[in-house]
Design a protein around this ligand. Sequence first.
Ligand code: ASP
Length: 346
Amino acid sequence: MSTWTHRHILDLAAFSREDFATVLELAHRFRSMPATGARRLPALQGRLVATLFFEPSTRTRSSFELAAKRLSADVSTFSPSSSSLSKGESLLDTARTYVAMGADMLVVRHRCTGVPRQLADALERTGERTVILNAGDGLHSHPSQGLLDLYTLAYHFDASNPLPEALQGRRVVIVGDILHSRVARSNLWALTACGADVVLCGPPTLVPDAFADFLAAPPPGQTMDPVAQRGSLTIYRDLDAALKGADAVMTLRLQKERMRQHLLSDLDRYHRDYGISHERLARSGASIPVLHPGPVNRGIEMSGALLDDLGSNLVESQVSNGIPIRMALLYLMAAAESSVDSPPLG
Ligand code: ASP
């Protein structure tokens, strides 16, 4: 934990392989806490975590709030429709209101790329100690989702030691609306940092050829890639071919709310070509786990039968792993600011 340098958590492109190991190792300890009885640790007692979601969320917000409560933090929830935003208050002024109330951490989701970083920069400029955790910005980044997906896969491959090594050399297919997916982008940084070979699959309108260069240069504002050797990234148009030899497949929602034009002519055809179902998996010849960050468009990116088959998909594990992963992030950020109680051992 001594190597942890992240004050804010904005993007997984800035994470080294050691950072991924730190989060996974800590999350695994939190996950092993007893499911009944006293479930709270005192680590964040006296801290205030505010969740500022300017875009809808079912899983991420409740999971952050549960994680914060399990670490004994106070939690404040911001709801845009009943807030002063509707009276014209700016985003920064809204954030500052929570800072003035003593928020130590702001968990921020916004439909525009870059908002969490702008808030972090603005607070830094005025010397505030409040830290920002990106809970999804536009189509850019969703760090906690990338981390919980990583943990879910590592646990699937090696339940006794769910660390980055478990991903080394694994072929992970991500299929669907990559273009509009911050989850895909975060997974690309996380999985390749841990040595997985990622295959992106979908039609050119949703997986443009330019994605082949996604990892080639560090993102704006970052001078170097903290990972010396990443796994590979390739693009396939044919899902059956992509699934040959795969170790896992992640399917993504068609993000209609972010599509500015009609990128698909026919949803039945999309399901036939890129949907994941029992039949599709049987054709690929391998019994591999299926992940989806949710919410799922049943019968489009994944068949309803497969979604209901908890033996074949890891969707519920992803949701439950979200809590220990977010506990680990909140814990690490608080620890970076000042001393907090040690996490449970063993
Ligand atoms: N829940 C994820 C997100 O916020 C995935 C999705 O919405 O499709 O990005």
